[in-house]
Ligand binder design. Structure first.
Ligand code: DGJ
Length: 743
């Protein structure tokens, strides 16, 4: 990996074994984009890639050079209003009302490693050899605004991490109304656009469409990254698929309002923008102040979507997630939420935990309802003091009892929220986000605390830290159950209200930072009504996230499949729950629920006391299975084999780094009569090694070379094929199998 600067042509070339990223200083001093893609040779001069043609009838030109129009020039950080008519990367509102800027190259710096982003989550390095960072400094002479563009190239993988910082070195205030983390101009538009959209209980469903002239975008202006869209998009060549072809994934390391957009112009070039949503955003920058954007990560691969995902997985698993739990197998947990909801006593909880322990479960999690006056969701949020009616010995006592059983204890919080019926709200009604003179809307009977205010964050920190210091708590589920409305902070002046959404997220990050550094052994799991804030920003603090409130196995196939495009399996919270399922009322077999939940962090969301003896035996086997294979599943290489968005059969697999071991998950939604013969082509194996294949922990099915399994395929035909003899019947609809492959 290297970053080279060619003085004569003022050209930067960032490259590693996979990619080249080439930029140059344009004739007007702005930074231009020449190439991003598969690695090409280093040369002194790439100026031929800066193409200028005279479009006299259509283009406004920068000077008397008739070919040089910014509209037709690929740039690194475009500005609107001076011959470029595309949506810009940055907009700086000045005292005279103008928004024009003219960011001209001043200097640059190349350093080993990667500097931290103050107050923001970001990918990092552990040694200087892992990455190099280029900072290009540009300045708008008229206003004195300095723009720093950061580019980190990692030694491994086709990864570029980008961000921008604006510093006011002028003498007057300015207002930033748009500061994107990434602007990337691509020379054509022959791409398909992939987005991961949905709603509560059906998060991150894959949607694909062709890029067309005009703007296509996904976004959130809800205050959280949202169930509706994820801050992650992919551009792929129409012929690219899981295993081959050019793809680029764009991921924003941020948890609040975001915009991910691709604009295809008249000449079929594509501008990708990714960053904080400009809608409603306005940041006052006084002389001497700086604004740092969140980080955007781009992964390029010419080896298809699977390779792109595995690159994201490795990066996010080991150089975004941090701390004690980063490389550790995740504990198998039993959460009481769907088992009891609010209706529990200490006795009942201990009963559930005992059964879980008997089955080999390692962590018992007490969900919502243990604090203040919280006996339903109308009261208590904000009062993080154990409710003695249901927990006579408090959290300290309950945690002790769970520990005595030989399990770890985990606890639910929703730190950012308050119910109107709470002592906290009664004492500080002004601590919520609310617009003066306007109605404050409720969401799940709760208001959003103003986390842009230090004293609010401090107060919540105090209550949480007290419990964490007094009780043996090993895990925290950090929930967030509504979006932000009437966004306005009583602590900020009128001209800073456009900052509230971002300051709120900075407040959330600061509380996470304090708690994770003070209690480094506590495992944090993020959650927002399921997957409403499942994003890389939170992965920096919480190495796992509850992927969805929907724990139905069939629904989960789509949710987990979609999530896997960007996020590692070690981060995907997935549990077995009861049937009929509480979200879709579907009955799926216990083995299918577990077979789906294995491909994530694994756990149970039910009262195991309510299962039959036969089911309990299955649960014990499931827990034992997960303990045996979780390291492979959570830290191995993940391959998608068959998509639930296209087929009745979903399949995926995890392969160990040395390719000696693999686990394959196979899931058939509906059974059929007289079905075709079926084979599943596996991936990621060693062609030359032979593998014992075992089905569902049973006898060895056979010994096959890796090449046979990958190119001829694993036979998955079963009794559904041919004669339909009921004696041969497996389990009808919602069947699934797990195959283990041992070299
Ligand atoms: C929403 C979460 O996603 C659930 O798992 C549960 O924790 C509830 N909130 C509790 O209110």
């Amino acid at each position: 990996m290297s970053i080279l600067f060619q003085k004569k042509t003022k050209t930067f070339h960032l490259f590693n074994q996979e990619i080249s990223y080439i930029m140059t200083v344009l004739p007007n001093g702005h930074l231009g984009q020449l190439y991003f893609g598969r690695k090409i040779h280093y040369k002194e001069d790439f100026s031929y890639l800066f193409e200028q043609v005279c479009r006299a009838m259509t283009a406004c030109v920068f000077d008397d050079n008739n070919g040089f129009s910014l509209e037709h020039t690929r740039q690194e950080y475009g500005v609107y209003g001076t011959t470029d008519f595309r949506h810009p990367a940055v907009s700086v509102l000045q005292e005279n009302g103008s928004t024009l800027s003219d960011f001209v190259y001043e200097s640059h710096q190349i350093e080993k490693g990667k500097p931290k982003l103050p107050g923001l989550p970001a990918t990092y390095t552990e040694s200087e050899e892992e990455a190099e960072t280029l900072t290009v400094t540009l300045k708008d002479a008229l206003t004195g605004i300095v723009l720093e563009l950061f580019y980190t190239i990692f030694a491994e993988g086709g990864i570029i991490a980008r961000s921008a910082r604006l510093r006011n070195e002028g003498r007057t205030n300015v207002r930033l109304t748009r500061v994107m983390s990434l602007c990337l101009d691509l020379p054509d538009s022959d791409y398909e656009w992939l987005q991961f959209s949905g709603a509560w209980a059906r998060e991150r469903h894959l949607k694909v469409r062709k890029l067309e002239q005009g703007i296509q975008a996904v976004d959130s202006i809800r205050g959280n990254s949202s169930h509706d869209q994820n801050p992650f998009i992919v551009l792929k060549r129409p012929t690219a698929d899981e295993d081959q072809g050019e793809v680029m994934g764009f991921s924003l390391v941020y948890s609040g309002n975001f915009l991910a957009q691709a604009q295809v112009d008249t000449q079929d070039t594509t501008r990708v923008l990714l960053g904080i949503h400009p809608f409603g955003f306005g940041w006052k920058l006084e002389p001497g102040e700086s604004f740092q954007t969140p980080e955007a990560v781009v992964v390029y691969s010419h080896k298809g979507l699977g390779d792109m995902s595995r690159t994201f997985h490795r990066l996010y698993r080991s150089r975004l997630a941090r701390g004690y739990w980063r490389d550790r197998e995740r504990p198998i947990l039993n959460n009481n939420w769907e088992a009891t909801y609010f209706d529990f006593t200490e006795e009942r909880l201990v009963e559930i935990a005992k059964k879980a322990k008997e089955c080999g479960v390692e962590l018992f999690v007490l969900d919502d309802g243990w604090f203040g006056a919280r006996r339903n969701d109308h009261a208590g949020l904000g009062d993080w003091i154990p409710n003695e009616d249901c927990l006579p010995e408090g959290i300290v006592g309950l945690a002790e009892k769970i520990e005595d059983l030989g399990m770890k204890f985990g606890l639910w919080f929703e730190p950012e929220m308050v119910n109107p019926d709470s002592d906290l709200y009664r004492a500080h009604p002004d601590w919520i986000l609310q617009t003066p003179g306007r109605h404050a809307s409720l969401g799940r009977y709760q208001y959003v605390l103003d986390f842009s205010r230090q004293e609010v964050v401090d107060c919540i920190y105090g209550m949480m830290a007290k419990i964490l210091s007094e009780a043996k708590v090993s895990y925290i589920k950090w929930d967030m159950n509504r979006s932000i409305t009437e966004c306005y902070s009583g602590a900020l002046p009128a001209d800073r209200q456009g900052e509230v959404f971002h300051r709120y997220i900075l407040g959330v990050y600061s509380l996470y930072e304090r708690l994770t550094s003070e209690f480094p052994h506590v495992l944090f799991e993020s959650c927002a009504s399921g997957g409403g804030r499942f994003d890389p920003g939170l992965l920096y603090y919480a190495p796992q996230g509850w992927a969805s409130d929907d724990s139905d196995a069939v629904e989960r196939l789509k949710i987990q499949y979609g999530t896997s495009f960007c996020y590692p399996l070690s981060s995907i919270g997935s549990h077995v729950s009861v049937t009929p399922n509480h979200q879709v009322y579907r009955n799926t077999p216990l083995h299918t629920r577990a077979n789906t939940a294995y491909f994530g962090t694994f756990g149970y969301e039910l009262d195991l006391n309510k299962l039959t003896d036969e089911e309990l035996c299955q649960v014990k086997e499931q827990v034992a299975f997960m303990k045996q294979y979780r390291s492979l599943i959570q830290f191995g290489d993940f391959y998608r084999l068959s998509s639930p968005f296209e087929k009745n059969v979903t399949a995926w697999m995890a392969v160990s780094e040395d390719k000696s071991l693999a686990v394959v998950g196979w899931y058939r939604v509906l059974n059929g009569a007289n079905m075709p013969l079926e084979r599943l082509r596996l991936k990621g194996l060693d062609e030359n090694r032979s593998y014992w294949v075992m089905e569902d922990g049973q006898e060895k099915k056979g010994l096959y070379y890796g090449d046979e399994l990958m190119y001829a395929g694993l036979i998955t035909s079963d009794a559904a094929t041919a004669d339909g003899d009921p004696k041969k019947a497996c389990c009808g609809d919602f069947d699934s199998r797990i195959f283990i492959l041992k070299a």
